[in-house]
Design a protein around this ligand. Structure first.
Ligand SMILES: [Zn+2]
Length: 124
């Protein structure tokens, strides 16, 4: 006897729901700028950290291990797992409220024109 899919309608509709939520995330105001430096119109995102990133910050994230920050271009087709991870965090403001509580004293968020070095120091 096979297990009926009807027993779990939530599981059945999951990818569609997540994709819709992901589109909603993209439209949120806090996700219209880079999570790390506030530059406008981020074109990248870190799926597992759940933040939207500008090109410069993307380059720093890309230098980190894949399991620390999994960066993907927003224009690409994302896997369901990546979308789920992103939706679970909830975008820039929720991610920042999680990570910024861990910022050690003496560290400040970089500005959009911050140097690569300043960015790297902060993001790491
Ligand atoms: Zn940035």
């Amino acid at each position: 006897m096979s297990v009926s899919m009807e027993n779990n309608p939530l599981e059945l509709g999951r990818p569609v729901t997540s994709k819709r939520k992901f589109k909603d995330l993209l439209l949120q105001k806090d996700n219209q700028c880079c999570a790390d430096c506030n530059a406008a119109q981020p074109k990248w995102a870190s799926a597992n950290i759940g933040v939207f990133l500008c090109f410069k910050c993307y380059n720093v994230h890309r230098s980190l291990d894949d399991h620390i920050s999994r960066v993907l271009p927003l224009g690409d087709e994302w896997s369901d797992d990546d979308i789920d991870a992103m939706v679970e965090v909830g975008g820039n403001s929720s991610a920042n409220s999680i990570y910024e509580s861990y910022i050690p004293e003496g560290y400040a968020k970089p500005s959009p024109d911050a140097s690569q070095e300043e960015r790297t120091k902060f993001i790491r």
